[in-house]
Ligand binder design. Structure first.
Ligand SMILES: NC(=O)c1ccc[n+]([C@@H]2O[C@H](COP(=O)([O-])OP(=O)(O)OC[C@H]3O[C@@H](n4cnc5c(N)ncnc54)[C@H](OP(=O)(O)O)[C@@H]3O)[C@@H](O)[C@H]2O)c1
Length: 284
């Protein structure tokens, strides 16, 4: 089952004004129809009343606290969990309004947002779309608005034993060196680049540094670790560094967004891979 929130949202977050949509566009209405037809819709009682009828070709589930409220062709739910139970196992859409979006954002899998490039007056808002939680996977720019699709980012792995078990160290061929330059020369392909006020630090293939006549220090090999969400993990870098130092291996560790990168002396490449392999089987 995929639970998708679908909405048209202005730059200031406004979605509605005085019980009506804050913005209307025929392309947007057509997209709404094509995405939602054949799927159940969950909406708040106020949104239902602004539409005034069930939408054709779609089950309409209206959430209300009122025990008396009914409407022809509509299923009624008296809480959000009750509405979600009615659509369990199905690809369903939450179609508003602000009150219902706010209560379902946490459990949604996807967002289909029409970003309206206007600040609109209004009284009802869509919740903030935090980039830490939502990845924009598609965007289709139109005149004055854009259709964007988001999916929820997977929860970061923070469990240290789980991360250590998934390290999958990979030794890259060749040798590397650390260099410092004032500007990055054309044609270099650094593994790492750090801009510091004293100059730019690069880690380059040794051959490339030699060809460009750039002096290098710390001849090393490059090992990457597959550590999803390492930036959230407490103790991962310490565990890696302790495993290497206990074998007398000096290592420079740089945490990237996707991998951790280790640079170890060339003559300790094999020992480093063995120490990292053993670490994957330890339970701290
Ligand atoms: N731009 C867009 O894409 C878009 C989409 C949809 C709607 N809108 C706009 O949004 C506005 C309506 O939004 P809204 O926030 O005012 O109202 P709403 O979310 O549509 O409906 C709120 C109502 O839902 C019921 N409800 C809410 N939480 C509940 C819960 N936990 N359990 C049971 N019932 C619950 C209550 O109904 P009772 O009062 O009956 O108990 C509440 O008054 C309108 O202006 C509409 O045009 C815009």
């Amino acid at each position: 089952m995929t639970l998708t929130l679908i909405a048209a949202v202005a730059e200031n977050g406004v979605i509605g004004a005085n019980g009506e949509l804050a913005w209307r566009n025929s392309d947007d209405l057509r997209r709404f129809k094509s995405l939602t037809t054949g799927h159940p819709l969950v909406m708040g009682r106020r949104t239902y009343e602004s539409i005034g009828r069930p939408l054709p070709g779609r089950r309409t589930i209206v959430v209300t606290r009122s025990r008396d409220w009914t409407a022809a062709g509509v299923e009624v739910a008296h809480s959000i969990p009750e509405a979600l139970t009615l659509v369990e196992g199905l690809d369903a859409f939450i179609v508003g309004g602000g009150d219902i979006y706010a209560q379902t954002m946490e459990v949604a899998d996807r967002l289909e947002i029409t970003h309206v490039q206007l600040h609109l007056p209004g009284d009802t808002y869509f919740p903030a779309i935090a980039p830490a939680n939502w990845e924009r996977i598609r965007v289709d720019h139109r005149d004055g608005f854009a259709f964007a699709s988001y999916r929820r980012r997977p929860l970061p792995v923070t469990d240290l034993p789980e991360l250590l078990g998934a390290l999958a160290p990979e030794l890259h061929p060749g040798e590397y060196v650390y260099c410092t330059v004032e500007t990055v020369p054309a044609g270099v392909d650094p593994v790492v680049m750090v801009a510091e006020s004293e100059g730019i630090t690069l880690v380059l293939p040794k051959e490339q540094a030699e060809q460009l006549g750039i002096a290098g220090i710390f001849p090393c090999v490059w090992i990457t670790l597959r550590v999803p969400s390492a930036l959230h993990a407490v103790g991962l870098t310490a565990a890696v560094s302790t495993a290497l130092t206990s074998d007398g291996i000096s290592a420079n560790i740089i945490a990237g967004y996707h991998h951790d990168h280790l640079f170890v002396p060339v003559d300790r490449a094999g020992d480093s891979m063995a120490a990292l392999g053993a670490l994957a089987h330890t339970r701290p």
